[in-house]
Design a binder for this molecule. Structure first.
Ligand code: ATP
Ligand code: MG
Length: 332
């Protein structure tokens, strides 16, 4: 079985629809066909300095949502990144192989650091893609199911793997991104040219997996649509309607042309109502399962310990090899 690895940050009280369609839904499918490792990447989350109690709470919420979405500890490995110390250790080795200019070209850093003053974003936010490379390479992942925003980071991961292999001998697998068609970039409901994001979307622009039906319905009904009244996909001129069509199509399995035909001549109202219902139908059982899982912290922590054990065994073996190849003196 090919190996997959992917991660999600505990940077909010809930995942959103983009995380679900762009990433987690693929993760659930891939646990059947792949040897799958999925982690809640809390080391990544501290690049923006969260409050410690909030980080701990959000890490549990993130893990609970992953299980609630259908990840099964018997079929895949779900763990918390900081439970496996080798992530940080390999990141340092890779940081030393990365050029400053190369790291400086990452567009996510440019976007995420923009809200800080000049030079005020953390060095961790700058080196984030290199830690991500470590996450992936530690497990020799063949594929990495992610949204389109992670494409550039995957390229860096491949470059670093290649560089390491060239300098120190064949060690790492070159991973390929597995980016889902149509839902690779779900956009913000209020700003349909920007990606829906946990940390930068406004509350009105984001559909949270753990949100109640009332607010979800309201947000879809108030989503920015475009001039005209035709429900047709047109990325250039109708990014808002196109985003909603993609969502509706992904959630119901109905091809977009079929949806366009169904809503012909009906205006946006009926269409939006149906989109809202599809979202609610998908989210409600996940929210209910998440609430149940969060009610038993011991059980949740036990499941995560099992994941950490399995992931740790793979990561330790990789790091042992890396230490030797790099030339670190073995500790006897
Ligand atoms: P943050 O704003 O804190 O970075 P995020 O919403 O970008 O949060 P991440 O935890 O960084 O979420 O990403 C988890 C996964 O979800 C990644 O694979 C990412 O590519 C995917 N993803 C995030 N946003 C979207 C989106 N709008 N559409 C499709 N996939 C997305
Ligand atoms: Mg992100």
């Amino acid at each position: 079985r090919p190996r997959v690895l992917s991660g999600i940050q505990p940077t909010a009280d809930s995942f959103h629809l983009g995380n679900y369609l762009g990433a987690v839904r693929q993760w659930v499918a891939m646990q059947e066909t792949h040897d799958a490792f999925y982690c809640v990447v809390d080391l990544h989350a501290i690049t923006v300095q969260p409050d410690p109690a909030e980080l701990r709470r959000r890490t549990r919420i993130a893990a609970a949502q992953l299980f609630a979405c259908g990840l099964d500890p018997e079929r895949c490995t779900v763990f918390v990144q900081s439970h496996v110390r080798e992530h940080s250790e390999l990141a340092w080795v890779l940081i030393c192989l990365t050029g400053m200019g190369e790291a400086g070209r990452m567009t996510q850093f440019k976007d995420k650091s923009a809200k800080y003053g000049e030079g005020a974003a953390s060095v961790g936010l700058f080196t984030y893609p290199i830690l991500q490379a470590a996450d992936i390479l530690l497990y020799h992942a063949d594929e990495v199911p992610v949204g389109a925003d992670q494409k550039q980071h995957l390229e860096l991961t491949r470059d670093l793997a290649q560089r390491f292999n060239h300098r120190y001998g064949d060690t790492f697998t070159l991973p390929k991104p597995a980016i889902p068609k149509e839902v690779e970039k779900i956009t913000d409901l209020q700003d349909p040219t920007s990606k829906m994001s946990k940390s930068s979307s406004s509350p009105q622009g984001i559909l949270d997996l753990l949100e109640q039906p009332g607010p979800l319905r309201k947000k879809v009904m108030r989503a920015v649509t475009d001039t005209g009244s035709e429900v047709v996909a047109d990325e250039e001129n109708k990014p808002g309607v196109t985003n909603l069509l993609r969502i509706q199509s992904a959630l119901t399995g109905t091809p977009i042309p079929e949806l366009e035909a169904r809503y012909a001549g009906q205006g946006y109202g009926t269409f939006k109502k149906d989109v809202a219902e599809a979202v609610i139908e998908t989210f409600t059982p996940i929210r209910e399962r998440t609430e149940k899982l969060l009610a038993d912290e011991h059980e949740l922590d036990r499941l995560l310990a099992i994941g950490a054990e399995r992931a740790g065994a793979v990561a330790r073996a990789t790091m042992e090899k890396v230490r030797d190849r790099v030339g670190f003196l073995p500790r006897v």
